[in-house]
Write a protein that binds this ligand. Sequence first.
Ligand SMILES: [Zn+2]
Ligand SMILES: [Zn+2]
Length: 291
Amino acid sequence: MKSPPRHRLLLEVQAGPYRLRGISLGGVYTSLQVPELGVVLDAGMPVRQFAAADHLFISHGHGDHIGALPALLGIRGLLHGKKAPRVYMPASIVDTVKAALGPMSQLQRYDLAIDAVGMKPGDERKLRADLWVRAFRTHHPVPSLGYLFFDRVEKLRAEFRDLPGPEIGRRRKAGEDLFERQERLELAYATDTLVRVLETAPEIRRARVLVMECTFLDEKKSLEASRAGCHVHLDELLEVADTLENEHVVLMHFSQIYTPREVHAILAERCPPSLRERLVVFAPRRGPWPG
Ligand SMILES: [Zn+2]
Ligand SMILES: [Zn+2]
């Protein structure tokens, strides 16, 4: 029997309960889908499979993250009954993005409509019954944001944890406040930023999965040059690796000055075991970069 064709353009990795599917190459294109969360992160490439997603998160306005938005909306137009997608982005670029879609709609004689949601650091939105998102500040030369996806769960307060079930039920009925609300931080997406984001948004260190850019990996690019472009260099990440509490760290947005093979080899060599054992490398294991 013939095996089904593989989507070679896209890479898929597993980070705990989450699949991360898509494409990411620094400065070229980044677009990732997390099916379990029902979200797409950035639109640097118009991926057919991503066109149906109702929640699209734009980190910033550089072409490798937003350049394919009109094409993605065009593909969506082929799907019947789909309304305009919610497109979350830094509040200060909403007008420009809408204005940019205008001429493209004119060219196509078809409305590339979006339901734009302008976000500022700290803003929260509910995506579904068990999923919220909070924007956080990232550090890049243009308006930019990271996104933290989380759930809100009720937990029995510590002082009541030893009570038998029926007693808890009785007290609950009587209206006693037995539960505290907690946030379960599931996945943080921090791309195109200085490593300082780990200080200014420290909670992303506690997300179950941290998806972070690490554009440069060794002396092929100096630390100074990496910082000048507002990107993360592996040298800097290794310095703070011990402070990351994440169960899985997904690194992506690698520069094409490295081959995919080199990316894997450098990370395997340079990362200490404590990081390596929870590291997920978003790069093909062999062959060239896609596209
Ligand atoms: Zn980028
Ligand atoms: Zn950028």
